[in-house]
Design a protein around this ligand. Structure first.
Ligand SMILES: O=C1C[C@@](O)(C(=O)O)C[C@@H](O)[C@@H]1O
Length: 275
């Protein structure tokens, strides 16, 4: 029975089986520094390989300093990603682009493994952040989010080449794949289960291009690609710590991520597909 399950995953995905631990990043909304540190520690105990601190949830975000940020960075023994979204509808937050850039500079001073910046920022700002980050030994994740839909494969590939041109460092990201300094992250919203297939095909293409990438679907119907993009070359996928701590639609807990990844059988796929 067990063998059948494993064969099913291989046949369905045609990808690589990832051995334990899975490259999961647990995204932690930072409501308070103390709580965020505690939650990050729990996530690491549950086998998180990366921790993302979402600073846009912090009430006094505009006053945050690099000593507080460095407390977050040092709180766990795994690579830390510091980021903030300029618009967070959940808590009605909107930060102007220039302020976001200032805050990301502060994040870099705290020396995380990565900062994560949205690709809709100007090319000059993306270049500026990348050059400061690299001087400080910090990697950059260039993020694109679509919270409504998943474009078709052709449009997605057009989008990839546009973003790669805007963030030129991505073109060279393959030079040192073992120490990624520059990662392309593209996250979409699945309206149908078919959108997962589109995204997994894009993962294959990005892998062929030797780009360090993260790519999956948000939303309930996007669970399949969230879980299995890592078998298609995506270097990280995202989960939450527990129910109340979500930072995006369709996130599941790290425990459930492991459970569904390991289950990998047809019944699981039905569940993942939201049938
Ligand atoms: O980009 C991502 C992925 C994410 O949107 C998710 O769907 O899990 C969660 C965000 O916190 C993170 O920055």
């Amino acid at each position: 029975m067990r063998e059948i399950k494993i064969v099913w995953v291989t046949l369905t995905l045609g990808g690589n089986k990832i051995n334990n631990p899975l490259p999961i990043c647990v995204a932690i909304p930072v409501f308070s520094i103390l709580k965020a540190k505690l939650n990050a520690k729990i996530a690491v105990k549950r086998n998180a390989q990366y921790i993302e601190f979402r600073l846009d949830y912090y009430k006094k975000i505009t006053e945050i300093n690099s000593s507080k940020l460095s407390k977050l960075v040092k709180s766990v023994p795994v690579p830390v990603i510091l980021t903030l979204k300029e618009v967070n509808e959940e808590i009605q937050l909107k930060i102007p682009e220039q302020k976001t850039i200032e805050l990301i500079k502060k994040c870099i001073e705290a020396k995380p493994s990565f900062v994560d910046i949205e690709t809709h920022n100007t090319k000059d700002n993306l270049k500026l952040i990348y050059s400061i980050a690299i001087k400080n030994g910090v990697g950059v994740i260039f993020s694109y989010h679509d919270f409504k839909s998943t474009p078709n494969e052709q449009d997605l590939m057009k989008m990839v080449s546009k973003i790669v041109k805007k963030c030129p460092s991505l073109e060279n990201s393959s030079l040192n794949k073992s120490i990624p300094r520059s990662i392309l992250k593209m996250v979409f919203f699945a309206q149908t289960f078919q959108d997962n297939k589109t995204i997994l095909n894009i993962c294959n293409k990005l892998d062929d291009l030797n780009i360090n990438f993260i790519c999956f679907n948000m939303g309930k119907k996007g669970l399949f690609s969230r879980i299995f993009s890592i078998t298609k070359g995506a270097i990280i996928s995202y989960a939450k710590l527990e129910e109340t701590l979500h930072t995006a639609p369709g996130q599941i807990s790290i425990k459930r991520f492991y459970y569904l990844y390991k289950k990998g059988e047809q019944s699981a796929s039905k569940e993942i597909a939201g049938f």
